[in-house]
Write a protein that binds this ligand. Structure first.
Ligand SMILES: C[S@@+](CC[C@H](N)C(=O)[O-])C[C@H]1O[C@@H](n2cnc3c(N)ncnc32)[C@H](O)[C@@H]1O
Length: 274
């Protein structure tokens, strides 16, 4: 999942666009289209978590539960607490856990990370995927996470290095998106919060056509999101191209193009509370 940056957070939902349903759809498509990448990242974290107890895990900014359910499936027997500011997202997490037979091990907690972590039991592993770039003060959230971990417990932070790109050609996507967390030195922030490094890794995403229909739906949802997030800020040529990509029916629709690519990269850091 990727976000355009220049928009305000909706106070009620915490979502940049204020439209949690559209974002939830993007998150679900992210998990479907980038299934292999998700599997690589969560398998990596699972291997690094081999030596720690697996009683309780915490997913910070869980969204629709992509990480929550992957962790519950990989860390058998663990309770996974999915925390998010959006009740709609958490409803999706609960439904998904129910569908997958994980409801007895998945618990949801609505909380705003910017207001501090609620009073939770200590956890063995904290997972934060693509969420810390959205909070106002990641230093503070990392310090809160550190305090909530058992000594020896792990924190896995996963962030996108840039927007997932779909178009094979020119610089439209580069012009339209930029990411404030690009410049953030997450390794330094983690160290500052008192963690010691365990491992770091990048995960490249590179999918070439032919694609399953979910890729078109993902690209279409993304360009639609961009179109509304950037409304009024685009030059007319870029606006027209974005309109064509986000149009569900036209010949230029992302839903129907057969030349889409999927390029991206995630970086993961796993650190330990000493
Ligand atoms: C880009 S989504 C990532 C979701 C999920 N971790 C994933 O990787 O699919 C970011 C999530 O962080 C949540 N979020 C943003 N700011 C938050 C805050 N201050 N407190 C709690 N959750 C927040 C949003 O509601 C959203 O569900």
């Amino acid at each position: 999942m990727t976000h355009a940056h220049d928009h305000d957070h909706d106070q009620a939902t915490g979502h940049p666009s204020g439209r949690p349903s559209a974002l939830a759809e993007l998150l679900d498509l992210d998990a479907t289209v980038l299934h292999a990448s998700w599997a690589d990242v969560t398998a990596w974290v699972r291997r690094l978590g081999d030596g720690i107890p697996h009683r309780r895990l915490l997913d910070l900014g869980a969204g629709t539960g992509n990480g929550t359910v992957a962790l519950a499936q990989r860390f058998l027997g663990a309770e996974v607490v999915a925390l998010d500011v959006s009740e709609e997202m958490l409803g999706r997490v609960r439904r998904r856990a129910l569908d997958l037979g994980l409801a007895d091990r998945v618990r949801t907690v609505r909380a705003d990370l910017d207001a501090g972590l609620p009073d939770l039991e200590p956890v063995d592993l904290v997972w934060a995927s693509m969420s810390l770039h959205e909070v106002a003060d990641p230093d503070r959230v990392l310090a809160d996470a550190h305090a909530r971990l058992h000594p020896g417990g792990l924190l896995a932070l996963v962030e996108i290095d840039g927007p997932v790109r779909f178009l094979p050609d020119d610089g439209l996507e580069a012009r339209l998106t930029s990411f404030p967390h690009h410049g953030r030195d997450w390794a330094r922030l983690l160290e500052k919060a008192g963690f010691e490094p365990v491992a770091g890794r990048t995960f490249d995403i590179e999918l070439a056509p032919p694609h399953p229909p979910a890729v078109g739906r993902y690209a279409h949802a993304w360009f639609s999101h961009l179109r509304s997030a950037l409304a009024g800020t685009l030059d007319p040529r870029d606006a027209a191209r974005l309109d064509a990509l986000a149009d569900p029916h036209g010949p230029g629709s992302a839903l129907h193009r057969d030349d889409l690519v999927v390029h991206g990269r995630r970086t993961g850091w796993v650190v330990r509370r000493p």
